[in-house]
Every structure is written in structure tokens, then in C-alpha cells.
Design a protein around this ligand. Structure first.
Ligand code: MG
Length: 265
């Protein structure tokens, strides 16, 4: 078991896409894996760069796979981005969102006004996340607004995300397009920035040296965990390959086939 090899671990920060599931296919027997984690008395948080779903949508997805968690165990790049905007901009600030309908809804719930590509009004913030309905008009509007002085914020810069079909374009693909259109680089909120990891450790009450960050992507999950001073575990079968992991410096603390083998072996 994991804690036999690493008795110092008290908490896990788990990435979700590529660790718990590929799209709608669970990776292994998740209820069984989580009861083993329970038996080891480990605290668990879930930290995701995926800004297409709200924390409560992730809660339901976990429940559908037989994993019961509390809403406060889930930290998302979208929540963290909105927290940042709330701290730096007035309520009812106009925000142009490239992102899912769910993200737009979260932005409204935080008291901001969402403008769209048809509006002629300005915006103080351009928030970019994964948008599967991206089009030229949205990119054009984002570029113009940022050139006119709007703050360019990206939930995350994951270039791709894993699906059963293979790697599909992620938020990072769109962020790169907006950066090219605007001539500006964004403020990035998600992993590998330390924000989500710090928030997760605060929730669990753990120190970095007692915390294992688990993910399938070296340049976000592993780099971010390393930046936060945590132990790190790369699970294979998602985005990063064994070859890439072996070339990564410094090495992840653990490389495992999947979450089950990380927990049991
Ligand atoms: Mg992932």
C-alpha cells in the first residue's frame, strides 16, 4: 500500500481527467480505490484545470462513479480565477468569456456581467477557458478587447486533454490563439501555478512534505506539485508517457501505471 512506502503522506491532491476517468469512462474500480484510500486515513482533495464544469458538476460526476465527496474537497481553476477577479475587480464588471455555458453561469453567479461577441460595449476582463463552440468572431472580439486594455486571464493552458478518441484541443490551444490575436500573454490561474495546490493543502490542513499530488500531465500536475514543494505521482495512460516522465527533471517521486496501482502497490 502507498502509505507503507511513504508513511509521511497524509493527504492526496488528485487531478481528475486522465486520473479518475477518460471523458465518461472511469479508470478502474473507483469506489474500491477510494475505500482503500479511506482505509489508509488519507485526506483527499480534487484539483482540476478543467474549467468547463463547476465544482458541483464534478461532485455529481464523482457520485455517478460511486465516489461520495463534499463540495469543499473540489478546487477548480475556474473557481480560483473567479476568486482572483473578485479580489481585483468591482462587482458588475463586464467580462468577455471564451468558455462553456457552465463557466458563463459561474461568472454571473459571482455578480459579474457577461458580454458576448455581438455586444458593442467594452469589457474589463477577457476570461479564456476551453470553449468547444469557439469561432472567429469570439477570437476577434477577445483580441480587440485585450488590445483596448482588458485584463487577459486564462483559467489554464493545457494545450490538449485526453479523450477515448485521443488528445483533443484544450484551453491552451485557445489561449495561444488569443495571445497571438492580442499580442499579449495571459495571467494564468491553473496548474502549474501554485494557487490550486495551496488551496487544496489549506482545505486538508497538510504541509507540502505530507502531500502527494497525483496527475497525468508532467507540465501541469507534476511541475505544479514540485513548485508547491509536494511529493508528486505521475499516472500513465493519460497525457504524459513513460518516456517523457523518465526524461523529466527533477523526476516525479512516483511513476505508476494508474491510480489503482499507485494506491495498492
Ligand atoms: Mg489530467
Amino acid at each position: 500500500m502507498l502509505t507503507n512506502h511513504y508513511p509521511q503522506i497524509r493527504g492526496l491532491i488528485l487531478d481528475m481527467d486522465g486520473v479518475l476517468w477518460h471523458d465518461d469512462e472511469p479508470i478502474g474500480d473507483l469506489p474500491e480505490i477510494f475505500s482503500a484510500i479511506d482505509r489508509m486515513a488519507l485526506k483527499v482533495t480534487f484539483a482540476t484545470n478543467n474549467a468547463t464544469k463547476s465544482a458541483s458538476e464534478f461532485l455529481h460526476k464523482l457520485a455517478d462513479f460511486g465516489v461520495k465527496v463534499h463540495p469543499e474537497q473540489i478546487v477548480t481553476a475556474a473557481d480560483a480565477a473567479l476568486r482572483y477577479i473578485s479580489e481585483h475587480f468591482a462587482p458588475s464588471t463586464q467580462i468577455f468569456v471564451i468558455g462553456s455555458e457552465s463557466l458563463r453561469e459561474e461568472v454571473r453567479k459571482h455578480g459579474f456581467l457577461v458580454t458576448d461577441e455581438q455586444d458593442s460595449t467594452g469589457a474589463d476582463v477577457v476570461l479564456v477557458a476551453l470553449d468547444t463552440h469557439i469561432n472567429y468572431q469570439k477570437l476577434a472580439r477577445a483580441g480587440l478587447l485585450i488590445r483596448a486594455g482588458a485584463k487577459f486571464i486564462a483559467t489554464n493552458t493545457d494545450a490538449t486533454y485526453p479523450t477515448p478518441k485521443g488528445l483533443l484541443p484544450g484551453a491552451g490551444t485557445l489561449v495561444a490563439a488569443v495571445a497571438a490575436a492580442s499580442g499579449k500573454e495571459p495571467l494564468v490561474i491553473g496548474k502549474p501555478q501554485p494557487t490550486l495546490f495551496q488551496q487544496a493543502m489549506e482545505i486538508m490542513g497538510t504541509q507540502p512534505q505530507e502531500t502527494l499530488c497525483v496527475g497525468d500531465r508532467l507540465e501541469t500536475d507534476i511541475l505544479g506539485g514540485q513548485n508547491a514543494g509536494c511529493l508528486t505521482a505521475l499516472v500513465l495512460g493519460g497525457v504524459s508517457t513513460l518516456e517523457q516522465a523518465q526524461a523529466w527533471q527533477p523526476q516525479p517521486t512516483i511513476i505508476a501505471r494508474d491510480l489503482k496501482s499507485l494506491v495498492y502497490d
